[in-house]
Design a binder for this molecule. Sequence first.
Ligand code: ADP
Length: 442
Amino acid sequence: MADEEQKRLGRENDSLANTQTIRRGLSSAGLSQRRLAFLAKLPVFLNSSLSLQRVAQISLEHILDELEAEFAVVYLKDNDESVTYWSLVRSPRQRSEGDVDLAQHPCAQLAMKNCFPLVLQNKEEFPGEEFDSCFGHSIDNLICIPLTVREKECVGAFQISNMNPEIVSDQSSLVFCDQFAHQLAFAIDNARLYQEAESHRQKLVALDQKKSETISIIAHEFRTPLNIIQNAAELLTSELLTNENRGEMVSLLQTSVQRLTRLIAQIRNVSLVQDESIPIELECFDMSRLVSIVVEKFQKVAANRSLQLVAHRPNMQLDVLGEPRLLSVVLQNLISNAVRFTPDGGTVIVQLEEEGDDVRLTVVDTGIGISQDEQQLIFEKFYEVKDCMLHSSGEYEFQSSGLGLGLAAVKHILSAHNTEVELESEPDKGSRFSFKLTRPPQ
Ligand code: ADP
């Protein structure tokens, strides 16, 4: 170990040893009536706000005055392990806050690492000679206490500096700061739990709103084909109907039924995008056959739109491990999207091929493509690049609307199969969605 490092560790141990000596005397150190009264009133102040920032500021205000210190800081670990600080200078009053690199704050770092208070009565006891200032304020002495919640989880530290030397050396000051930090940690924990609950609630509200919108869209989408079916059924019984009109009515009936069928398929997606993972029962089945069945289903709509829909697959059985019912939903969603987002006259290719020990399925189209920014977002539930209310609502018309659930269902189903969808796309050129499936052991 390098000399410097050894010296630093030595100094750290001395500081802790010092503190431990002081801590051993804690039980005998009595608090003055004034400080007991302060601690009794403290929860009222600290719990007056559920904002982390306010809690930190209120705590600094009160402790600085009580200990007649010059400077105090609250350090808090964020979820990603970065650290935020709030500081207050007593005179003239000056607040600051922001992110902090703990390496520049060795006392807080040490207290948080060991989850133990640190009392430094003068500069000689500091863990590093170069660290005799904090945020540009020269430090003569300090008390630094880790903030722990639920018994052992250290969430930050509270540090107070430049007190009257008699206050620092008085053991009851450490007891006092310890009690103060305990209450502060409790208030911070409360504020954090509240923030988490609030952000969870907001997400639920947004989702709930989205669900209500979806139900209105579904109701609206159902109404059109149902009206057509109802009218056509009434007209078909009319004696005035010519043969030509009758043919038109039948074709309208067929299109409306197709549209209802597609709506029902979309509603099935809703149950596939819940947060829980989908329970699947893997079985060995012929993917090549599934591809040909699903592609066949779309041939008629593709022909109506002069789209070329081609399946490239080996002319033999290609077994994979998966749940055919769910993988059929994946294929239907990908092909439906490719058809809907490719202008008339374009091409959609569904390709199935062996790839090492796996099988790869790719759906390529010459459609409108997806911008880089949207590529991650389209897999979120209810996300559509265009406002769905503005889409054309015809069945497989170019850019016709869905519910924004198809790709979320694809992602969810593939993740249950331990695989994921890969996307390459360029606006105005087209898109390629592909994924791998495992083959059964030979
Ligand atoms: P929806 O059923 O509403 O289309 P999806 O989750 O299937 O919902 O797709 C989300 C969005 O992603 C679509 O609204 C569309 O904007 C975009 N998208 C999906 N597939 C393609 C594709 N092949 N080409 C271009 N855009 C696509």
